[in-house]
Design a protein around this ligand. Structure first.
Ligand SMILES: Nc1ncnc2c1ncn2[C@@H]1O[C@H](COP(=O)(O)OP(=O)(O)OP(=O)(O)O)[C@@H](O)[C@H]1O
Ligand SMILES: [Mg+2]
Length: 292
């Protein structure tokens, strides 16, 4: 049976090669998994309101990698948190629409949200050290989305956790599954969190500065790994970073945010070589890897 499936997949890949190219080599009309329209978010601070996101439009196609780039405070995380319905209590969506796979997310109940978060949309958090529970075994935490969403029984969850840790590139995954976070390096923790985010095979992953807590070599390994896994599964990624070089290297399209607004966007190569906004030019000049 697995052989048959492999043969079929192979065949369709070959067919795809022959059939897919559209006139002019342009992709066929994009099938968006995520569409954000005129999103506005304000924070209340005392009796003041601060407009942190001021009319953001962006979309992510199925299997596409889109990066949001911008300096600290430009509103990147606020956009990500709006999409996951994880905004701070003093934040309010004051306008716009967020559509995921055709469903309008903003009016959804928290109950419906619990069935979406981790199942349809996965989150790779910024700081692996803060994101794992120190007193629970890593395997249990990696398999948690499967249990929460009823995708595995308690009995199967352990085996799945071992598989997921192996997929995450960890050696001795069965032993690793039984260990606690303090027995993992930073890079290993982030690999485990990526495994957890992909456990339920969501169609979109939101990664908010997923490697900023790690050193540069480990960053590259982790991002390569994330790219390989998501390509295999066809997972779309919304990658948030202040590093334009990383965005250009990893994303199909780049969206540049400044003070709550999008000032530039387009295919990564286009934004890098023909930025339309002065701010993007500044980011390019400031990115060490790019100006080198
Ligand atoms: N809980 C909050 N209460 C009040 N203001 C907030 C809150 N969270 C964020 N802000 C403000 O909203 C704006 C956008 O913040 P946000 O965290 O979205 O930026 P960011 O682009 O993710 O920055 P960074 O690169 O530092 O993570 C900033 O001015 C920030 O000070
Ligand atoms: Mg942020």
């Amino acid at each position: 049976m697995p052989k048959d499936i492999a043969a079929t997949a192979d065949e369709s890949a070959r067919l795809g090669e022959a059939v897919n190219p559209t006139p002019g080599g342009r992709p066929a009309a994009r099938d968006d998994i995520l569409r954000v329209e005129d999103l506005r978010v304000a924070y209340r601070i005392g009796d003041r309101e601060v407009d942190a996101v001021r009319g953001v439009n962006l979309s992510v196609g199925r299997g596409e990698v889109v990066a949001i780039v911008g300096e600290s405070g430009s509103g990147k995380s606020t956009v990500a948190q709006s999409i996951m319905n994880l905004l701070a209590p003093n934040a309010e969506v004051t306008g716009g629409r967020i559509e995921f796979d055709g469903e309008d997310l903003i009016p959804l109940s928290e109950r419906r949200w619990r069935s979406i978060r981790g199942r349809l949309i996965g989150l790779v958090p910024q700081d692996p050290a803060l994101s794992l529970n120190p007193v629970r075994r890593v395997g249990v935490q990696v398999a948690e989305p499967l249990l929460v969403h009823g995708l595995a029984t308690k009995h199967d969850a352990h085996d799945r956790a071992v598989e997921l840790l192996e997929m995450a590139g960890l050696t001795y995954p069965a032993e690793r599954a039984k260990q606690y976070p303090h027995q993992f390096s930073g890079g290993m923790k982030q690999r485990a969190l990526i495994a957890g985010a992909l456990a339920a095979q969501p169609s979109l992953i939101i990664a908010d500065e997923p490697t900023s807590a790690l050193d540069v070599t480990v960053q590259k390994q982790i991002l390569d790994h994330l790219a390989n896994l998501t390509q295999e599964l066809g997972t779309a990624i919304l990658l948030i970073t202040h590093d334009l070089g990383m965005a250009a290297e990893r994303a199909d399209r780049v969206v540049v945010m400044k003070q709550g607004e999008i000032v530039d966007s387009g295919p990564a190569a286009q934004v890098m070589t023909a930025p339309t906004h002065e701010y993007t030019r500044k980011l390019i000049a400031a990115a060490p890897r790019l100006s080198a």
